[in-house]
Design a protein around this ligand. Structure first.
Ligand SMILES: Nc1ncnc2c1ncn2[C@@H]1O[C@H](COP(=O)(O)OP(=O)(O)OP(=O)(O)O)[C@@H](O)[C@H]1O
Ligand SMILES: [Mg+2]
Length: 261
C-alpha cells in the first residue's frame, strides 16, 4: 500500500521561491494525481521536490514517512522519476541504457528475470525495433518512450512522470496512460503526472491539482478543477465545458482572452 501526502510544501531555487505552501489531500493507493498549470507555474519543480531531486520545506510523506527518511537505496529502487526531458542524444542503445540503469539500482533480479522485464517493457511500448539503435538516431517520441521504460524498470511504488506523453502520437499517448492506469489498478502504488493535455487529465487522473505561479488554485476531481472560471484565470482562455458520457468534463477551448504575458 502506498499513500502520498503533501502539506504546506514550498520549494525555492536559491532565494527565489517557486512553490508556495502547496497542500494536497492524500493520494491513496492505486490513484493517479494530475498536476496542471501553465508554463513556468511550478509543476516540474514540485515533481523534483517529490522525487527528492530538489529540497523542499513543509512535509511530503509516503505511507506516513517523510520522504527524506527513506534510505537512498530504498528510495531510488521504489520511486520512478521521469523527467520532462527525454534521455540525451548519444551513441548508447536503449537496451544498454535500461540494463545499466537497472544494474546501478541493484534490483536484485537475475539476468534472466531482468532480461524478461526489459523485453516485456520494450514490447508493451513498441520499442523492440529500436532497442539496438543509438539513442541519437531515435525520433523524439521514441526517446520519450525510452525515458518511460527507464523509469519503470524498477517496478515502482511511486511514479512521478513529468509530461510523459508530450511528444507522443495519439495511439501511444493513450497506450502509455493505459499502462500507467493498469499498473496502478493491478499492482497498486501512486502516480503523479504533470500534464498539459486536459483530455488526458480528465480521462485518466483520479484527482487534479491546478497550480498557478507556484500556488494551488484548486484540487479535487476533474469536474471540480476543470471549470471555465479556473481555466480563464489560470490559462487566460475561454472554454466551453460539457459533461461527457462517462461523467467527466470535456473541455473545448474557444479562444484566448488576454494578451500573452
Ligand atoms: N534550475 C532552476 N533554477 C532556477 N529557476 C528555475 C529552475 N528550474 C525552474 N526554474 C524556475 O521555476 C519556475 C517553475 O518552473 P517549472 O519548470 O517548475 O515550471 P513548469 O510548470 O514545469 O513549466 P512547463 O509547463 O513549461 O514545463 C519558473 O519560473 C522557472 O524559470
Ligand atoms: Mg515542466
Amino acid at each position: 500500500m502506498t499513500r502520498l501526502s503533501l502539506e504546506d510544501v514550498s520549494v525555492a531555487y536559491g532565494r527565489h521561491r517557486v512553490i508556495h505552501g502547496v497542500s494536497i489531500p492524500p493520494v491513496e493507493d492505486g490513484q493517479l494525481l494530475g498536476l496542471l498549470g501553465p508554463n513556468a507555474s511550478g509543476k516540474s519543480t514540485l515533481l523534483r521536490a517529490l522525487s527528492r531531486e530538489h529540497p523542499s520545506s513543509g512535509r511530503i510523506t509516503v505511507d506516513g514517512r517523510a520522504i527524506h527518511e527513506f534510505s537512498h537505496a530504498d528510495w531510488y529502487r521504489s520511486v520512478a522519476a521521469m523527467p520532462q526531458v527525454p534521455p540525451a542524444l548519444s551513441a548508447l542503445r536503449p537496451v544498454e541504457l535500461v540494463w545499466s540503469t537497472a544494474r546501478t539500482l541493484g534490483l536484485g533480479l537475475s539476468d534472466r528475470a531482468l532480461g524478461a522485464r526489459i523485453d516485456g517493457l520494450f514490447q508493451s511500448l513498441g520499442l523492440d525495433a529500436v532497442a539496438m539503435a543509438p539513442l541519437a538516431t531515435l525520433s523524439g517520441g521514441k526517446r520519450q518512450l525510452v525515458g518511460f521504460a527507464l523509469a519503470m524498470i524498477r517496478d515502482p511504488d511511486l511514479m512521478l512522470l513529468d509530461e510523459p506523453t508530450s511528444a507522443l502520437d495519439l495511439y501511444w499517448r493513450l497506450s502509455l496512460m493505459d499502462i500507467v492506469r493498469d499498473r496502478l489498478s493491478t499492482r497498486g502504488g501512486v502516480g503523479v503526472i504533470a500534464v498539459h493535455d486536459l483530455d488526458i487529465a480528465a480521462r485518466y487522473c483520479d484527482c487534479l491539482a491546478l497550480i498557478h505561479e507556484g500556488r494551488l488554485i484548486a484540487t479535487g476531481t476533474s469536474a471540480e478543477v476543470l471549470t471555465s472560471a479556473h481555466l480563464s484565470v489560470v490559462y487566460g482562455v475561454e472554454t466551453d465545458i460539457r459533461t461527457g458520457p462517462d461523467g467527466r468534463p470535456e473541455v473545448r477551448v474557444l479562444r484566448t482572452n488576454r494578451s500573452p504575458q
